[in-house]
Ligand binder design. Sequence first.
Ligand SMILES: [Zn+2]
Length: 598
Amino acid sequence: MNRTLNLTVFFIFFIFCLVLFANLTKNNEKIVKITKISKYSVSQILYGTGKQIKIKRIMMRNIFILLCMTAFFTFSSESQNDSLKSRAELCSYEETSLYKDIIRFLNYCKERSSEIKTETILTSAEGKEIPLVKLCGNKSKGKIKTKILIVSGVHSGEVDGKEASFVLIREILFGRLNYFLYNCDVFIIPTLNVDGNDKIDRYNRLSQNGPPGGVGLSDFPNGMNINRDYSKHEIPETEALIRNVINQYDPHIIIDCHTTNGSYHAYALTYAPPLNPNTNKRITGFLKNELFPFLTRDLFEKYKYRTQYYGNFRDDKKPEMGWETFNYRPRYSNNYFGLINRIGILSEGYSYLELKKRIDVTFKFVTGIIDYAARNGEKIRSIIEEADRDNIKRLKSRNNDSIAVTCELYEEKMPIEIYIGAVDSIKDAFNKGYTFKMKEDYEKLIYAKDFTNFRSSLSIKMPYGYLIPKQFKNVISNLKTHGIRIFTIKEHAKSDVEVFLIDSLHRSKSKFQAHYPLSIYGKYEKRSITLNKGDYFIPMDQVKSNLIPQLLEPLCQDGYVYWNFFDEYFELYSKENNIQYPVVRILSPVGTKTINFK
Ligand SMILES: [Zn+2]
């Protein structure tokens, strides 16, 4: 209903109330006490026809006020509804929301609720302030709550999470989901790549089923992509997310909302847990055995939305040959969040499903998680506390602790149940068949080989920590942003270590994420060396220790070697034989006298 119509309806209703009031007050001298209103008809009570019923003035006034208030709230809530809608909702899902729509919406919410606050996590390259929305409420002050962060618009062309954020914020602040705030603090980034968001073009994500008005750009102008950047966080938006949101608020659950294309299946949404096998098993166990089975069942039983682990067919022509997930490396959000000991969840709306339903299923998936967290907060918080404790105490049982340095997909013993789907291509004057629409009435059940998990293909025994020579300030600075604890060696001391001796270096010929990634090969050798004053010591008994080897081990395909952090050093020593990788593994405890724990 538009605003003009609202005003008209309100005006007519107001006149009706006035006429009614005049009628009621005309015969108010002869007061008849009414004991049982129910035995009179409405017209008898209101107009005094038939038995000449009169009602007390006070009662009439109350009815009048009530009617006027009903009209007022009808009007004002309608007015609110329009202002609380996303651009997508207001234009029948023909367009997606722009940055200015997000800001307008948030300002409107802030004027009407004290349960929303926003802060700027970064000013983008184009000067836009990226908002973090904090729905922390005033309820249950002092109570320990479960903290949930929902990130959208990492890939700006994938708009489901951004549009669902409008509905989520509206329903939490003014609707039926306000109860979340008794047990949860909800943090929302409606769109992280704000500059990409407004670069609307109908050719962006052309195969995606809407909005027809086009979507923004997912990549940055230099070809970089936030969801390949978590390990090195070179993009300011990634760094701001880690530094100003994750480190600052330490959410227990982090949901990263995307939209996927790829194989034709019958799922409205697919999801992924952290895929790196070094992730604490309490986290992956909770997701695989509890949360995901619950959500999958709930979304189907209540709304008929099928959901499944993220994947694509290994061979589209022979789908039974395998349903395969994507990647275990920490450069991806869900893997990164898992390695820092938090419950990381990837949400992927199905690109070929119509936009309205993609937004709806994303909203329902996210609210299903928050609702679960609202009811099981203590359990979720204790999973995280125990996972943190495991890492802090890990040096005590070091002999049993191994770390996967490289990983491989493997086939699970049991096949996975997959519903195959189909699509129609949309042909119109513009897209000529390159856009696809899910055939919602088609599905076929098959059992495919299950390739949704990774295992170690190369493991090492966990060291006490790593030593980084003081000249590698770039490495230290990057580790610090991750929130990793770093200490300095305060006096020279002997230590047993393993050094990596490099046989060969191989630089990729193709550019990836604005880099020419480097791989090195060689072997570890045990030595006794002197730890030099001023060098850095990174101990393994800390909360984020599952991430540390992924960044510092020379054979990891997502660490600082790979991303060229040591290139200058390798350049300098490339002519020498037996170049040594400068970071070494510490094999024996380092005394407190040696380390400056400040
Ligand atoms: Zn994406």
